[in-house]
Design a protein around this ligand. Structure first.
Ligand code: HEM
Length: 165
């Protein structure tokens, strides 16, 4: 169990699960921004952001355990494709630059999210409404939104290059 993916490529269950989570997070985030900017539903925005943060944290932690500890690195998952030694080496070196670009966003995103979330929870209080923290929150909030979107796009590109192609 959990040794094969469900999207039809030679991957793992957790890899495909995190790909789905990355695709889903973008529309959910857009919905949260619509709630706060158009509907002015601040509490709903707060709850959705907390839920999204917890779901992403759980998905990414399970994913990292699966890829690094269970499978011993993404290269071993690529090796599930029936390639000869030369093809495998070529595939790994062509996919690696995509992974590095993805990691640039994937590593900064949790840091930005944690800062945005912690400051918002502390400074907006239990019943959030616009106030003195709004300006900084808008900057951090948009930076977090752009970062997670780029994490998602580059993650999907890496998945395509390494596992679908
Ligand atoms: C990582 C999590 C979060 C992200 C990415 C995020 C993102 C955003 C963004 C992009 C805006 C629109 C800013 C603008 O252009 O006016 C916003 C507004 C707002 N957010 Fe968040 N948010 C997050 C978490 C939270 C939390 C936990 C709270 C409450 C404790 C909160 C409360 C608010 C409030 C009250 C506004 C309206 C501010 C205003 O219009 O003056 N947010 N958020």
């Amino acid at each position: 169990m959990f040794q094969t993916g469900f999207l039809g490529y030679p991957t793992t269950f957790m890899l495909d699960f995190v790909v789905c989570a990355l695709v889903l997070v973008v529309p959910l985030l857009l919905y949260s921004l619509w709630l706060v900017k158009v509907r002015r539903r601040y509490l709903a925005h707060k709850r959705l952001q907390i839920a999204l943060g917890l779901i992403l944290l759980a998905a990414v932690t399970a994913f990292e355990v699966d890829v690094q500890i269970v499978h011993g690195g993404w290269e071993n998952i690529v090796a599930q494709q029936q390639l000869d030694e030369t093809q495998l080496a070529a595939k790994i070196s062509s996919a690696r630059p995509w992974l590095l670009v993805h990691l640039l966003f994937a590593v900064t995103t949790p840091v930005l999210w944690a800062v945005t979330m912690t400051l918002a929870l502390r400074r907006f209080g239990r019943n959030p409404v616009p106030g003195p923290h709004s300006r900084l929150h808008a900057t951090l909030g948009w930076a977090s939104t752009i970062d997670i979107t780029l994490t998602s796009i580059t993650g999907l590109l890496f998945y395509y290059v390494a596992f679908m192609n």
